[in-house]
Design a protein around this ligand. Structure first.
Ligand SMILES: *Cc1c(COP(=O)(O)O)cnc(C)c1O
Length: 457
């Protein structure tokens, strides 16, 4: 192959990073602190302990420590499916007839099918270390619940998953993967919590929402002895764990003297993108190198490109801390976009601050163009991509085609976060030509903004 660069760059097992990198340590403008929703005061260790595991609270609150050692128990688990390959997309480059060099970091080569396992195993480990009995969480489309159930099974922890009712019914296969790994899966809203009962009384026919499922999972965690709540994205601790993606990518590229000009990732709550770009952003923040970094979001849920930078609730039940982030408002209900993992109303406060400081850009793309890119990619590169990941593919293709016009030989790196085998209804809609592109109007968005809490910070 060209330049002696293999199609797949595999690192050795001993090249898996042994430390996570905390990009906040290099940020001049730190992300804003989480606030207590009742008092609007910044939340400290004691405030967060009832909800999250102690070690994870420490990671969440730490803006200064650059590196955290990855415990051996987690490294052992990482060895089951890491290092993940960095792939040179020779076939896609050829199909596009572009002078650009395209690389993608593939995180879908584990049973959960996505990058989420990188943080799930870390969160389960710290829960076990603290001597807890189990953890609770919510899952929308099911990727996070699947990853967490695998992680909990490995450490012999109980795992209670609240799954948005419509997904519970429409995605029985993900539900069954979770149950196979020993998790209990409850459709949300349910009659097992006060929040759920109140919701069912008010809206007996509701098909649920992610915000409600979060509120149920938090309620169970704080009211059951030996349980804590865990979250698969958005939080700074999750971005920290996901830095393994970027660290491995950088090691692999450095081996071949390659340096990306453009780094692209899809952005739901921001964890894979935050992890992929972490070491590169660190160099950028320290003035050692420059990279163009692009977050890609669905036009139906455009938190960075059309949202407001403000304090907001992380859930619709308004029980979670307030986070300052680019948000559409916790009351914003995105249309039934098929990329379930990108339907969150807000964005990681780390990425929000970096975006606000002009250190990265954002693009929004429409669903049918995303599936067109997914299909092209599947046909030439062989991997059937998750709809979420395909948002990054779409923009990588756009950038490679720009290079074709200008003749520039840019190097593009994007994150391929997962596989799409559980998303075949979405592919079916695309193949049948029944998929639609919904873009919220300014009036639609205003309704979400009207519900933002009034915070003077
Ligand atoms: C959950 C998910 C995402 C989006 O989450 P982030 O926290 O923004 O990374 C992207 N791709 C896949 C495959 C997912 O499962």
């Amino acid at each position: 192959m060209k330049n002696n660069i293999p199609y797949k760059i595999y690192l050795n097992e001993n090249e898996i990073p042994t430390k996570w990198y905390n990009v906040r340590s290099d940020m001049k403008n730190k992300p804003a602190p989480l606030l207590n929703p009742a008092t609007l005061e910044p939340m400290g260790f004691e405030d967060l302990r009832p909800v999250f595991c102690d070690d994870l609270v420490k990671q969440e609150l730490d803006d200064t420590t650059p590196y955290f050692d990855i415990p051996d128990e987690i490294l052992d688990f990482y060895k089951m499916y890491r290092p993940s390959p960095l792939i040179r997309a020779y076939f896609l480059e050829k199909a596009l007839d572009t002078p650009a060099k395209i690389y993608y970091k593939f995180e879908g080569n584990n049973t959960s099918g996505s990058h989420k396992l990188n943080s799930a195993i870390a969160q389960a480990y710290y829960a076990k270390k603290q001597g807890l009995k189990g953890v609770t969480t919510e899952t929308g489309a099911g990727q996070w619940g699947t990853a967490l159930s695998m992680a909990c099974s490995y450490f012999d922890l109980d795992c209670k998953v609240y799954m948005v009712k419509c997904s519970y019914e429409q995605k029985p296969f993900r539900r069954e993967v979770m149950r196979t790994y020993g998790a209990s899966v409850t459709p949300s809203p349910s009659d097992t919590t006060n929040v759920g009962k109140a919701m069912l009384e008010k809206f007996p026919d509701t098909t649920g929402s992610l915000g409600c499922a979060i509120s149920e999972a938090v309620e169970v965690a704080v009211s059951t002895e030996g349980y804590r709540y865990v979250l698969g994205s958005v939080l700074s601790q999750v971005l920290l764990h996901q830095s393994v993606i970027g660290l491995e990518s950088k090691t692999a590229l450095d081996k071949y003297g390659e340096k990306p000009d453009i780094i692209i990732g899809c952005a739901g709550g921001g964890s894979n993108l935050g992890g992929l770009v972490a070491p590169f952003m660190g160099e950028k923040l320290r003035g050692e190198a420059d990279y163009q970094i692009i977050a890609v979001e669905p036009a139906s849920c455009p938190s960075l490109t059309r949202g407001k930078y403000a304090y907001d609730f992380c859930d619709t039940g308004m029980v979670c801390p307030l986070a300052k982030m680019y948000t559409l408002g916790s009351g914003f209900i995105p249309s039934a976009n098929h990329a379930g993992g990108l339907r969150y109303h807000g964005m990681s406060s780390v990425l929000s601050q970096l975006y606000d400081d002009g250190l990265m850009e954002a693009r929004s793309v429409e669903q049918t163009s995303v599936f067109e890119a997914a299909q092209k990619f599947a046909r030439v590169e062989g991997i059937l991509p998750a709809p979420e990941s395909s948002h990054a593919i779409k923009v990588a293709i756009d950038e490679a085609l720009k290079c074709k016009e200008t003749g520039e030989e840019k190097t593009i790196l994007f994150g391929l976060t997962g596989t799409g085998y559980f998303d075949m209804y979405a592919y079916q809609a695309y193949n049948d030509g029944t998929m639609s592109d919904y873009i919220p109007t300014d009036e639609d968005l205003q309704k979400g903004f009207d519900g933002l809490p009034k915070v003077d910070k």
